[in-house]
Design a protein around this ligand. Structure first.
Ligand SMILES: [Zn+2]
Ligand SMILES: [Zn+2]
Length: 215
């Protein structure tokens, strides 16, 4: 039987607020697929929550990365080393150490934040230490992984992907939930116009349940 589980994790102090991370597990006869992996600081919590589901990191056979941001990629390489999981990501996505160059005004116009909290968060997210993942399988869109169809949804990043199985839509950062479904924050987007197009495309799908990574 195929089962979908959401592991809820938290990122503290994200521009003065707490940010939810939803790591999705697909458990089927073919092993465990993990969609996104949260931050290195959540490694223990991730392992703990797997244990509560009678699973372990060793059971993970596939890691699918919606995109390259550290809050999604943070534990991918560590999990690959532990379990031998194969890591999947879109071929147009660029995996490098994070270097966000954000302006206070842009961030503050979307999520009101004090100057001090802005500086602290920007410094933190630019100093996240993680091993960059080795990508084993480069996706184009249209592939099937554990019952999900891969959808290329560029905009937030060039190679952002979402996953849809006809009922469940795992949206990564292409949709966020903040008292309703919203497109991703403008100041984090690579291309806003494309991000909106991808958002409109995804929200038009005949899903029963949306699982945005944040919210
Ligand atoms: Zn992102
Ligand atoms: Zn994110």
């Amino acid at each position: 039987m195929r089962k979908i589980q959401v592991i809820k994790l938290k990122e503290r102090d994200f521009f003065g607020r707490e940010l939810a991370h939803n790591v999705v597990l697909v458990i089927d006869g073919d092993g465990v697929t993990m969609i996104d992996t949260s931050l290195p600081e959540n490694f223990d919590s991730l392992a703990h929550q797997l244990k509560e589901l009678n699973l372990s990191l060793e059971d993970v056979s596939r890691v699918v990365l919606s995109h390259s941001h550290p809050d999604h990629v943070g534990n991918a390489e560590a999990i690959r080393r532990i379990s031998g999981a194969r890591v999947y990501a879109h071929r147009e996505e660029n995996f490098t150490q994070s270097n966000f160059n954000l302006s206070y005004e842009e961030v503050n116009s979307e999520i009101p934040v004090s100057r001090e909290e802005f500086d602290r968060t920007l410094e933190r997210i630019n100093q996240i230490k993680m091993d960059l993942p080795r990508i084993d399988v480069k996706l184009e869109g249209g592939e099937d992984i554990s019952g999900f169809r891969v959808l290329h949804t560029p905009g937030h990043t060039p190679g952002h992907i979402a996953l849809f199985d006809g009922e469940n839509l795992v949206a990564g950062d292409a949709i966020r939930n903040e008292n309703g479904l919203m497109p991703p924050l403008r100041f984090f987007n690579w291309n806003n116009e494309m991000a909106l197009k991808s958002f409109n495309f995804l929200t038009s799908l005949p899903y029963k349940r949306v699982i945005p990574y944040h919210g």
